[in-house]
Ligand binder design. Structure first.
Ligand SMILES: [Zn+2]
Length: 491
């Protein structure tokens, strides 16, 4: 059992979240990634992480396909001319990796490793979209990676190569584009909030914090346990900006040529994973909703080293067969039951079945769930109902914990002094009266950032936005407040 001593998280999540996160991702934790690949910001995803990530991808793919999107896959490289065609979007240039050499040839025109999909996808859209009959055009790209030259990197939070998912839509009218933005938000609610139990707030970003090339950016922010906000999705109202740059036009019913109205939606796969790990996990390991478990149930045979062992093993095999609608694994390794419990708790397996000679002789099953102390013993005929009940209880508990944690991290400040004080002592969002989220507010936001040690103005929430009171003034400039904005330090 020497191996037993090496595994496990040695810090408390509440005391040192950063180190806890590093450990849970690593070999001593849930074995999610390996950062020893040798190039900073490029990491290896291990099987347990891949299975969870694949499940997130599948849920999102199903949701966008149900909304009429069709899959496509574009190459990894983009022509420089295309990358810089939309003037604001060219702001990505400092973050781009370039291919300049192919074998012994120096490329005449260098290629960018895609930092995001717009400038690779839209030149093709301009070839495919001809008439109003082609609209709406809804495409998505999934299970690919994208590249940005980040200076600081952390697994699932910031990488030089990271997992991507993106929809790119073209509509005949702006109204339809705005409706799509609402649908994208519903998809985030259905998949990320309801199924993954990750809480977040939707914001309309201030004008100075929009995506490069967008007219408006709508984004969802979650909060890591250290109180830093993490943007986990964004949908951009691209207006006509890219359509004009890439000549995406269609003939309307009157035969006249018009530019298409575009939106794009990007749930951040990595960052959603970071929330799943960071928000739900505890000092024992990962905690996963039942549907997300790479293995949903682990069966642990308790062997005595006597002649009842064979009976126990056969009983476990029969159970696995009976539970084939779930992802089930039997841990028949030589490790001790205690080691096995710790191992699978670290991995966040939602349910555990323990089978000893008594269960095998009596035809019963003992069940335990992650995030719950008590064990339940049921008869075989009651097993399916017991699994459904325990899985539901687990999911409800995970959701309730996450929502309570999130709610607890929103506070209000009425003055700049209060804001500085609260940001210093409180981890999370702080709401404040503010002059404007139009471009004129950028200066106030800069001052706030400097004076609070890094808090950003995240924007105004789309649901339950508070109205400023009659006498409310901007915490920075003292002008009449027109909005109540959320501020938080960011990852
Ligand atoms: Zn102001």
């Amino acid at each position: 059992m020497t191996e037993e001593k090496k595994r496990g998280i040695t810090v408390k999540k509440t005391e040192n979240f950063s180190e806890w996160f590093t450990q849970i991702c690593s070999e001593q934790g849930a074995q999610l990634v390996d950062i020893r690949y040798g190039i900073q910001g490029f990491i290896v995803h291990r099987p347990w992480a891949m299975k969870v990530l694949n499940r997130i991808y599948t849920l999102l793919e199903q949701a966008v396909e149900a909304d009429g999107h069709e899959p496509h896959l574009f190459p990894t490289v983009i022509l420089e001319d295309n990358l810089t065609k939309e003037a604001e979007h060219a702001g990505f240039i400092p973050d781009v990796f370039w291919v300049t050499q192919a074998g012994e040839h120096t490329l005449e025109k260098k290629w960018a490793l895609r930092p995001t999909g717009e400038t690779q996808i839209y030149p093709m859209y301009s070839l495919w979209i001809r008439s109003y009959n082609d609209l709406p055009y809804k495409g998505y790209q999934s299970r690919h990676t994208t590249f940005r030259h980040e200076m600081t990197t952390r697994p699932f939070l910031r990488g030089r190569e990271f997992m991507f998912f993106e929809t790119h839509d073209v509509f005949a009218t702006h109204k339809e584009a705005l409706t799509q933005i609402k649908v994208d938000m519903q998809i985030m609610d259905e998949v990320i909030r309801d199924k993954l139990k990750v809480p977040f707030i939707f914001f309309r970003r201030p004008q100075w914090d929009k995506f490069k090339g967008a007219d408006d950016t709508y984004a969802s922010d979650s909060l890591l346990p250290d109180g830093r906000r993490l943007q986990i999705s964004s949908t951009h109202d691209l207006g006509h900006n890219f359509a004009e740059a890439f000549n995406i036009t269609f003939h309307n019913k009157d035969g006249k040529e018009e530019f298409g109205w575009q939106t794009c939606f990007g749930p951040g796969i990595w960052r959603i994973m970071a929330c799943l790990i960071g928000i739900h996990g505890d000092d024992t390991g990962l905690i996963l909703p039942f549907d997300l478990g790479p293995q949903q149930i682990v069966i642990i045979p308790i062997l005595k080293g006597n002649d009842t062992d064979e009976e126990v093993k056969t009983y476990c095999e029969d159970l696995k067969t009976a539970l084939k609608q779930y992802r089930v694994i039997i841990d028949d390794s030589d490790n001790s039951p205690g080691y096995k419990y710790n191992h699978w708790e670290m991995k966040g397996v939602p349910l555990r079945i323990e089978i000893g000679s008594r269960e095998a002789a009596q035809g019963t099953i003992t069940l335990a769930r992650r995030l719950g102390e008590k064990k339940t013993t049921v008869k075989q005929e009651d097993l399916n109902n017991a699994i459904i009940t325990l899985a539901n209880e687990l999911d409800t508990d995970i959701g309730r914990r996450a929502e309570a944690y999130f709610k607890d991290r929103i506070k209000h400040a009425q003055t700049k002094e209060e804001l500085i004080h609260v940001i210093k002592n409180h981890r999370g969002f702080v709401t404040v009266p503010f002059c404007t989220t139009n471009n004129e507010g950028a200066v106030c936001a800069e001052h706030i950032k400097a004076d609070t040690g890094g808090a950003d103005v995240c924007g105004v929430p789309l649901a339950h936005a508070q109205e400023p009171k009659k006498d409310d003034v901007c915490v920075q400039c003292g002008k009449k407040a027109t909005v109540i904005v959320y501020c938080a330090k960011s990852v």
